[in-house]
Design a protein around this ligand. Structure first.
Ligand code: F6R
Length: 242
């Protein structure tokens, strides 16, 4: 595992955007897995700046989703499909035609999960998966004690994650109870994992991910098993590393 420690959140974004730009330079039609939440926002800002400056051509890039809420009505502004359209596709000049994601509104959710696994495989697999990390060490919505061999499936959010995410909704009651998420094995199929984190609130989870035991209770510790994993953190998120 490669650990990159930089001064601040903006620098985390620049370093991760650089890894994505290098990928796109060699593989214009790469499949980029994106995450939602606050952590990857500086990455998307840095990518959009490079595109606007004419330094990066992402016109052939394909984007895929890590996870999705269950039961939000189509077009709900906090559905992750809508968030990715707003924060990634539109700023990069891409459309839904370049986008793959699981259907959180499907009647048959297990079938939707299996279909998404198939779609990812048929698309040739994910070249680079960008990840955030929960304060409890989750990646995607694989909460503590998720199996390292899990595939895309329905999960129940923990109370802590619902509280963390309530800031995006009007109230805690509006945060869905269930999600579809790529499993840890699905995530680990990506050829390069890039985890970004900033701020003191992530320091404990980063220390457990990087230096803790390999343990299902810290889902992100699965990165220790990956042949090409990069963790990019600011000094505050790195503050509990030995
Ligand atoms: C969301 C996702 C989650 C977040 C994590 C951290 O797609 O995959 O694992 O990355 O909950 O969220 P932030 O970055 O908002 O602290």
């Amino acid at each position: 595992m490669e650990i990159v420690i930089v001064a601040d959140r903006a620098a985390v974004g620049e370093v991760a955007a650089g890894a994505i730009a290098d990928l796109v330079a060699g593989t214009p039609r790469a499949l980029l897995g994106v995450a939602t939440g606050s952590s990857p926002l500086p990455v998307y800002t840095a990518l959009a700046r490079r595109v606007a400056a004419g330094e990066l051509d992402v016109s052939e890039l394909r984007i895929c989703q890590l996870d999705e809420y269950v039961g939000l009505p189509p077009g709900h502004p906090e559905s992750y499909r809508a968030v990715i359209e707003r924060e990634v596709l539109t700023p990069l000049g891409l459309t839904q035609d370049s986008f793959l994601g699981p259907d959180g509104a499907a009647d048959d959710l297990p079938a939707a999960c299996a279909a998404y696994e198939r779609e990812l495989r048929e698309a040739g697999g994910v070249d680079l998966q960008l990840l955030g990390i929960g304060s409890d060490g989750h990646i995607g919505f694989n909460e503590p004690c998720s199996s390292f061999s899990s595939r895309t499936r329905v999960k129940t959010l923990t109370h802590r994650t619902r509280l963390d995410n309530a800031r995006f909704f009007g109230s805690l009651d509006e945060v869905p109870l269930h999600v579809l998420t790529q499993g840890i094995a699905t995530i680990s199929d990506a050829r390069h994992l890039v985890l970004v984190a900033s701020g003191e609130a992530k320091a404990e989870a980063i220390a457990l991910t990087v230096e803790g035991p390999l343990a299902a209770v810290t889902p992100a510790s699965a990165l220790q098993l990956h042949p090409h994993a990069t963790v990019i953190v600011d000094e505050a998120a790195a503050s509990r590393l030995k």
